[in-house]
Design a protein around this ligand. Structure first.
Ligand SMILES: [Zn+2]
Ligand SMILES: [Zn+2]
Length: 84
């Protein structure tokens, strides 16, 4: 497997050392430009911090925090109802 010879492209070369997108650019006689649409966007992160995405828009820490909060609220309800 060969990488595209365009610096920083990182795509697999398919034609003459270039990826298909850059090969098309060269064919058109244009100067090669980075293929923006094909660059990977960075992995999603938590909506409250910069930690890696875990679930429901949160990182593992904030997700579990949210859930434990909900749990304790449910527990409070139960104990209240039970005590009455
Ligand atoms: Zn390329
Ligand atoms: Zn977070």
């Amino acid at each position: 497997m060969v990488d595209c010879s365009f610096l920083g492209c990182g795509r697999q070369a398919e034609f003459k050392g270039l990826c298909s997108a850059h090969y098309r650019q060269r064919k058109k006689g244009k100067s090669l430009t980075p293929i923006r649409a094909l660059q990977y966007t960075h992995a999603p992160t938590c909506s409250k911090c910069d930690k890696p995405y875990y679930s429901r828009g949160f990182c593992e820490y904030h997700y579990k925090k949210r859930w434990s909060k909900r749990k304790t609220l449910e527990n409070l309800k139960e104990t209240r109802n039970g005590k009455k």
